[in-house]
Design a protein around this ligand. Structure first.
Ligand code: ZN
Length: 642
């Protein structure tokens, strides 16, 4: 059954798990990031992103701006875009005149950096206006425009202010001219504008934007490869070095409808697939939908970490091959898991299947949350599942796998991406179709349906497994609740009366159809018993190991809880797992776990014929998303079991 995402404004969080995260984004993350974008925090990686836009605006007004005054990545503008988008969502939670003023000023500045014909990009305006649209493979003009289109739609939907929407409509018109009329074989090197154009189409009703999104999807990967041809004729690049062009990297080896395996740069891949799924939905394109399903399967059945991380190697920040899921040299960029959530939500709108919502949970409660320090001021780009200080971040194969979150990055795509996802999470948690209202995620707070009713949800999920919904209004409708695949024993009651779940269940959702009345109470209870998970024997990195999960939350062992040494620990085969009492003061409030296991005695020789001695030991485990918050120490998700 098809459904639509709900507007961000329709959900307001209470003071529960997600509400606190959103508050952190509003009160800490957004002001912190705004200061960074304005270079107002000394001693950390410089952004210069707002200054670049100011320079572009001044140059357009005739000021003598030198090309080398631009600083940062070719896609530096996108950090500003994602910050505006996150700020827009934060404003949906309540008025904040100071934040709104900061956004308005930034938008005004951005508008002043737009060319007469609608072109807008500070890198090219400041640095090399003669090279506009000549490097579609690497120069990210369409990527930056896409992010700013998303920001424009978000800000318009929340505040009703049109200025950025008008700027980006003009930009989209310029892109339309360029790619529908002049350079019709080209398509974005870094997908993003496809999904953004679909959002812009919905917000403005301008059919050209949908047509352009579909065009970019359709021409991708057509022979001869556009990027190969472009590179031959171009003679310049944004990156140093002349690498061999790898068409898998940009998902352009084949036309998208013929692609079966998720390949290349993982963020690019999932942004592309999200756009494809949206185009498939809006054009009833069954072949495109079939390709999306194949790519979904490729990722989630063969190329995804237990944490919802994707991208097994730092070489190209990319997917590799089936079952290659190393825990230490992994990439698993935060943005890639966020993009996977985009893709999952888009598929969920096409077909209500629990597996999509299961993956959203997996990525959200593990990799995405791990991407941010609990204080909101440090961030992971890469999310390893095994960290050994001294090796991680040091060995040549692991320089990218840091044992601690840095405060900022030269390439700062992930931090504002986390902010925009968390502050708009309500639009991922619910969906609305013809006479049916879906709950995909369990978040404390109130959601308003377009059918005129609202649902108030009390829950401490994922810390606890119960969710109590109170119906406000009076309506004959269907409420559909996601039943997570991990829950072995689920109960559902309406006004205290237990329902037979099997009779309600279809594709991972329990459908309740009736005439709901004011004050009706629907209660769900999921089985939060901790459990061990085993990887397929085809995954070399995890043979002989188990990981521990409780609900959707993957746990890990950290040195700080285990005498400093995690490498000597193993789980006892058939051993017990148990919950420790909820600790509100530990790591922002968690339910720690313990597991029966072994500790091997340390040995010094590199190799020895002696089997190391071992003793019984209890292993302490904490949620993976909280790791690295207590100083540098060892961490492992997969532990040997023996
Ligand atoms: Zn990123």
């Amino acid at each position: 059954m098809k459904s639509e995402r709900i507007p961000v404004k329709s959900f307001s969080a209470d003071n529960g798990f997600i509400g606190k995260m959103q508050k952190l984004v509003r009160e800490e993350v957004l002001p912190y990031q705004y200061n960074i974008l304005n270079d107002a925090i000394p001693g950390i990686e410089k952004s210069h992103a707002i200054e670049n836009i100011r320079l572009a605006a001044e140059k357009l007004r005739g000021k003598d701006v030198k090309p080398d005054e631009f600083y940062g990545m070719v896609f530096q503008d996108s950090d500003v875009a994602k910050w505006i988008e996150a700020a827009a969502y934060a404003l949906a939670a309540g008025e904040d005149p100071e934040l709104e003023k900061a956004v308005d000023e930034t938008i005004q500045l951005y508008g002043a950096s737009q060319h007469e014909d609608g072109y807008v990009d500070s890198y090219f305006t400041v640095k090399c206006p003669d090279k506009m649209w000549t490097n579609i493979c690497d120069a990210h003009e369409l990527y930056c425009a896409g992010h700013m289109m998303e920001a424009a739609v978000a800000y318009y939907e929340v505040t009703g202010k049109r200025e950025l929407l008008d700027i980006m409509s003009k930009s989209a018109d310029c892109i339309y001219e360029q790619f529908m009329k002049k350079n019709t074989r080209a398509y974005p090197g870094h997908p993003e504008v496809e999904l953004a154009l679909m959002r812009l189409w919905r917000a403005t009703g301008n059919e050209k934007y949908k047509e352009l999104a579909k065009h970019f999807v359709d021409v991708r990967g057509q022979a001869p490869n556009y990027f190969v041809e472009e590179k031959k004729n171009r003679g310049w690049n944004v990156w140093d070095g002349a690498e061999e062009l790898n068409t898998d990297y940009t998902q352009s080896t084949l036309p998208v409808r013929e692609q079966k395996d998720a390949v290349g740069h993982a963020v690019r891949a999932v942004y592309l697939y999200t756009g494809m799924a949206d185009v498939a939905k809006e054009t009833q394109d069954e072949t495109l939908l079939a390709a999306c399903r194949n790519l979904w399967e490729s990722i989630t059945k063969r190329r995804m970490y237990i944490t919802g991380g994707i991208g097994s190697t730092f070489m190209g920040e990319a997917f590799t091959v089936d079952y290659d899921l190393p825990n230490d040299t992994v990439y698993a960029e935060t943005c890639a898991s966020i993009g996977l959530i985009f893709f999952a939500r888009q598929m969920l709108q096409l077909e209500a299947k629990g597996e999509y919502a299961d993956v959203i949970e997996r990525a959200l409660y593990n990799t995405v949350l791990a991407g941010m320090q609990l204080d909101g001021k440090r961030f992971f780009y890469v999310n390893p599942l095994e960290v050994v200080p001294g090796i991680s971040g040091k060995a040549a194969t692991q320089t990218h796998d840091l044992p601690q979150r840095p405060p900022w990055y030269a390439c700062a795509c992930c931090p504002p991406n986390v902010a925009r996802l968390l502050s708009s999470i309500g639009s991922y948690a619910y969906g609305e179709g013809q006479d049916v209202f879906y709950t995909h995620l369990y978040l404390g707070g109130t959601v308003r349906s377009a059918q005129g009713f609202s649902l108030e949800c009390h829950t401490d999920y994922p810390r606890q497994g119960t969710a109590k919904f109170t119906f406000h209004g009076d309506k004959e409708t269907t409420l559909a609740f996601h039943i997570p695949a991990w829950s072995q024993k689920t109960s559902l009651s309406v006004n205290g009366e237990a329902q037979e779940l099997a009779a309600l269940l279809r594709d991972g959702y329990a459908y309740l159809t009736r005439s709901f009345q004011e004050g009706d109470v629907i209660e769900l209870s999921f089985d939060m018993t901790p459990y061990k998970v085993y990887a397929s024997s085809k995954v070399p990195a995890d043979t002989g190991c188990a990981a521990v999960q409780r609900g959707p939350v993957v746990y890990c062992a950290e040195g700080v809880d285990n005498g400093g040494d995690v490498l000597s620990l193993s789980l006892r085969e058939g051993g017990a797992l148990w919950e420790k009492p909820y600790d509100p003061d530990l790591l922002g409030g968690i339910v720690p776990l313990a597991a029966e296991g072994w500790r091997t005695q340390p040995t010094q020789e590199l190799y020895s014929r002696e089997r190391p001695q071992r003793q019984a030991a209890d292993i302490r485990l904490v949620p993976y998303y909280t790791w690295g918050n207590r100083g540098e120490n060892q961490m492992r998700v997969w532990l040997p079991e023996n």
